[in-house]
Design a protein around this ligand. Structure first.
Ligand code: ATP
Length: 248
């Protein structure tokens, strides 16, 4: 069934520093084989939602105080990020986070560390990543810190792919990139979705580009989902047009 739900976020509440209520009951579903966009302005709670899913809030003194996160029927928000990777879910954080002193190829290989299969499978996947990201192949011997912002974003996605994920949580892939590169990266996301079957939950402030590439979307405002639906419907919604697509 193409509509099988992989990830279910049920009514989660997140509080920072014991007092600041940031998510006020967020629910969403990520279907298998789809691209789901999590939209909203600065501070709406997109990053917090992704970090709640992958249990990355502790270092920021945040905690999920209500609700649940279910992956393939199992509660997961208490799992370590490594355990979640083993279940098939990997997060690409905002700001890219490549290891600056490693080469692009060394960065990609760090993404395979949770795998138990051997070197041949890893080598094949490295080639798979290079077919989607020819720029990374060209720059594979370059130190990541000396590559462009777009190449570092590609490197971060490529590294996530090296764990052979079923689902990628992608935080703000367009951030700081020129429009042409944003287009290039979203096209690669679409190709990975269609050809490798990877499901995506992507947080984006760039509503326009996200709704062109996603199948469905959720719009967050002040820690609540205020609109949701198929991307084609959201694109035509008058409120979305006025407040998020910059045309009325
Ligand atoms: P952005 O695109 O700017 O990352 P966002 O939609 O991802 O926006 P979040 O980063 O999830 O939003 O932030 C949601 C709210 O939580 C904001 O008001 C922010 O100030 C607050 N917040 C985020 N991190 C913390 C923290 N560690 N402690 C306290 N408040 C926080």
């Amino acid at each position: 069934d193409s509509k099988e739900t992989l990830l279910e976020v049920n009514n989660i509440e997140v509080i920072y520093n014991h007092v600041i209520l940031v998510l006020k009951g967020v629910s969403l579903n990520v279907p298998k084989g789809g691209i789901t966009a999590l939209l909203g302005g600065n501070g709406a709670g997109k990053t917090t939602t992704l970090k709640a899913i992958s249990n990355l809030l502790h270092s920021e003194r945040g905690e999920v105080t209500k609700g649940s996160v279910i992956y393939r029927g199992e509660p997961v928000h208490h799992l370590s990020p490594e355990a979640l990777v083993k279940k098939g879910v990997v997060q690409v954080m905002e700001g890219r986070h490549c290891f600056e002193h490693l080469t692009i190829e060394e960065n990609l290989l760090t993404g395979a560390y949770t795998r138990r299969d051997g070197g041949a499978a890893v080598a094949a996947d490295l080639e798979m990543v290079y077919t989607y990201f020819p720029r990374l192949k060209e720059r594979r011997k370059s130190q990541a810190g000396y590559t462009s912002g777009g190449e570092q974003q590609m490197c971060a996605i490529g590294r996530a792919l090296m764990s052979r994920p079923e689902t990628i949580l992608l935080d703000e892939p367009s951030m700081g990139l020129a429009p042409q590169l944003v287009e290039e990266i979203f096209t690669i996301v679409k190709n990975l979705n269609e050809n490798e079957g990877v499901s995506f939950l992507l947080a984006e402030q760039n509503t326009n580009v996200a709704l062109r590439f996603a199948h469905q979307g959720y719009i967050l405002e002040s820690g609540r989902v205020v609109m949701e639906g198929p991307a084609a419907e959201l694109r035509e919604n008058p409120d979305v047009k006025e407040f998020y697509l910059g045309m009325s």
